[in-house]
Every structure is written in structure tokens, then in C-alpha cells.
Ligand binder design. Sequence first.
Ligand SMILES: [Zn+2]
Length: 300
Amino acid sequence: MAPADLTGEVTDLLQQLIRNRCVNDGTPASGHEVRSVDLLESYLRFPGAELKRYEPVPGRASLVLRIPGSDPRAPTLHFMGHTDVVPVTPSGWRHDPFAGELIDGEVWGRGAVDMLDITSSMAVAVRRLMESDFRPKGTLVYSAVADEEAMGTFGAQWLVENAWNDVRCEYLVTEFGGARLPLRGTIKLPIMTSEKGSHWVRLRMRGTPGHGSLPYQSDNALVKAAELATRIARYRAGTARAHQSRDVRHRAQGCPRRRCWSLLLRDAHDVLAQRRAGRGQDKRHPRQRRALRRCPYGCG
Ligand SMILES: [Zn+2]
């Protein structure tokens, strides 16, 4: 199939997913992902594909498709998309967030970039593979899961806990990957390898009760809580640059070397420096000092 036809098919599926309004406001009764599971199930129904749907609570449906591999020892690859979207404030939108309109070559709507675009692209790719009589060595899994925007309780988490054999895999491709990043006249498609998570804590502030007429002797728990909230809001996490990100930047800058030794040595230096810092030492070998030189192409 020609790329233009594929683009049209992805666009059409994406528009339908947006129009399904699977808005997840964090409550169990929201989401209604069953609408998009119905759509994707009819789109992906094809001989040779094992399709299963799961609905742990009414409306919160997920779909899993498996194309069994010919070699049971070969690794399984899993494409996972989610079908829910976060709520909208319509007054902040230039176009109807749930109309899925195609305007000047762009699809507008809630979820168009998180992540119904990828959920639909993956579905189209998998269907094309099935139409071409694709017989992979390792099993290929495609899933469209519910409840990603609220911790995955009724989606990915539920599948892992209740249908592990249907979703387990060696490699998983999901949000976020392939956002277009223009760099030096070309388009790069970055892959994100990790994402921040949630860390829930319950904090109790204690104070000393007092009378409003004697405010200076008291110890107001609310004031302490306000100070704490302000400090948390002010906190800025440090940046840790992984080897891969440097390597990618190095290539993106156009450095002609296959491997940039400036980068590799800098990475090695960082690791050693961190270990030394942990032991309270700070001796640097001359080679590590040299490693601090910047890559001449500006990638390090
Ligand atoms: Zn998402």
C-alpha cells in the first residue's frame, strides 16, 4: 500500500478514536474506553490474529491482539497504545476538541498527540502486516489499553496482574516515541527510554492550638504545611545525562566519527567521579582529565 493511503488510513482511525471521547477524569465510571475497543476490534479482526478483550469494570475495556511467532524461543515484541485521554477545558481550544477535524494537514483534538496518534498508527501497521500474511519468528502483540491517564488500574496494571501470559514480552514499544524533532535541517525521531512516576505520600503537620487573641505563642500547623508546599513547588530535580542521550546528540550534531571518544571518555569519567564522590575521594587520573575535553563537534 502506498504511503499516502497509509497516512489516510491512520488519519481516519485517529479521527474516530478522538470522536469516541474516552475521557478519563480519574474516576472508575469515566473513560468509556469500550467505545474505542469496539472500533479497534472490528478494524483488526483478521484470520490468524488472536483477539481478546477484557473489561474489569463496565466500560473500562482493553484489547490485546497476538500474532503467534513460529519460534517459541524467539523474543516477543509488544506495541502498546492507550485509548483514554485527559479532560479538556473547551474554552481554551481553538477547535472542537472532540471533532477530530483535519485542518491544514493536521488532525485537531484531545489525544491527537497523547497518544491516539500512536495507538492508531500501530493498529494500521499491524493490520498491514496481517494482510501481507506476516509470519513472525517471535510473537507480535498489539494492545490498546484503558486507564493510562490515571495509573493504569483498569488497564495495563490489571492486565499484568490478571492476564500476564497474554501481555508478557521481551520488548515493549509504547508512548513516547517518534515525536518529530527538527535538528540541523533533518527530522530526528527520538525514543524515550524512561518516564517519571508518581510517589504518593501522606504528610501530617502538627501544631499547638491557641486562641486567636494570642497568635504569637502558637505554632500553626497550616503555616508549616504552606511552607512545605512552597518548598516542594520550588524544587527542581537535577539533570542526569545518560550515555545514549549524548551519543544521539553527538550524531545529531553531525560528528563524522562512528563513536565519539570524547563522549565515551566523559561518560567513563562521570561514573568514576560518582564512585569517588561516594567514597569521599576526588583524585582524577590524567586520562580522565583529558576526557573532560569537549567533543569538537559540540555534542558533549
Ligand atoms: Zn499518554
